[in-house]
Design a protein around this ligand. Structure first.
Ligand code: AKB
Length: 336
């Protein structure tokens, strides 16, 4: 008999590590994790881990002969800044990888006779604000606004959402018998900040980098202007939202893609908060014109009313609690 599992791709990344740690606290779940890297030492033993590539068809074929997958958290992706250096690789991982996982989930849904839940983190990068005046005026964007991303990663995420919609509603629409279709759910995340891991390859990385550098007594040159404003969320809320959207009854969902967010701060405001906690921190601004262009195209805030209405989404951490109760104390402890 095949073992019933929750599958997590990209589990060694920031969200993946936090999600695996959260699952480990919940009884009754068998986890199957997949990443190009091994699981970090502190998570070893918490899942059946496979070091491998989501683009490896033979590996995916072997996985479905051994496991019955009821839920997939497909986290594996190249982030926005890295994607601009290697756009074709980003496309392969972010689009072709997603397509392979969707196909696997579609086949599993058909074979099991019930929909596999497919949870896909998307991003504020799926938006493209045309100019600063529009960004200032239309500050809380809704899911259907400004879907004109300017990065390869943003294009990939937006298309990943569309592919998810296709596989969950129109897949094999001309077949004589419509298959049982997968159950796709996607969250558009703002910049994420964790107390325990540092991101790599993203453009919202300046916020966590500033904080982690200050706690280690290292100088930090912020690569965006002080007035740059985008939304953020701390990792426990990101995990909470993923768990919540994965668990909610299908009937409660009015959309396939939901914005979720917590607070919106400018880079100068983040610097002020960090300086209050670490008064000796040496944080300067050295804007990098290209990365600045990317964050300027992202909205200043997200409207997450549909998630709040449909499945009671509410972050635990506003800016005050995020820094005061979660980030500063845990980061201080981590480096002291
Ligand atoms: C990035 O900066 O690429 C990510 C994101 C906002 O999706 N953190």
């Amino acid at each position: 008999m095949r073992t019933r599992v929750v599958m997590i791709t990209g589990c060694s990344g920031e969200i993946g590590q936090a999600l695996v740690a959260d699952f480990a606290e919940r009884p009754g779940y068998e986890l199957l994790t997949l990443d190009l890297k091994p699981l970090p030492a502190e998570l070893e033993g918490r899942s059946r881990h496979i070091v491998g590539d989501i683009l490896d068809d033979a590996l995916l074929g072997r996985i479905v002969t051994e496991y019955e997958i009821h839920t997939i958290f497909h986290l594996a992706a190249l982030l926005s800044a890295r994607g601009e250096f290697t756009p074709e690789l980003a496309h392969r991982v972010n689009v072709e990888g997603t397509l392979r996982l969707l196909k696997l989930a579609a086949e599993q849904s058909e074979w099991q006779g019930r929909p596999v839940r497919f949870i896909f983190p998307s991003s504020i990068a799926a938006y493209g604000m045309p100019d600063p005046a529009t960004k200032a005026r239309d500050s809380r964007v809704r899911e259907w606004d400004w879907n004109q991303p300017q990065t390869m990663y943003g294009c990939n995420k937006l298309y990943g959402e569309l592919l998810g919609a296709y596989y969950s509603t129109n897949y094999r629409q001309l077949a004589a018998e419509r298959p049982v279709m997968l159950d796709f759910r996607s969250l558009r995340f703002p910049g994420l900040i964790s107390a325990y891991t540092v991101p790599s390859g993203g453009t919202s990385d300046y916020a966590p980098e500033m904080l982690h550098a200050a706690a280690q007594g290292k100088p930090y040159q912020c690569f965006v202007r002080p007035d740059t404003r985008i939304p953020f969320m701390v990792m426990p809320d990101a995990v909470k939202s993923l768990m919540q959207v994965a668990a909610v009854d299908h009937g409660s969902l009015s959309r396939l893609v939901y914005n979720v967010t917590s607070f919106s701060l400018s880079a100068a405001e983040i610097r002020e908060i960090v300086l209050e906690a670490f008064p000796d921190a040496d944080i300067t601004f050295e804007p990098d014109v290209r990365r600045q262009g990317i964050v300027d195209s992202w909205p200043a805030d997200l409207n997450d009313d549909p998630a709040r209405r449909d499945w009671d989404w509410k972050p635990e951490y506003d800016a005050r609690r995020a820094f005061g109760d979660y980030l500063i104390p845990n980061i201080r402890q981590r480096y002291c």
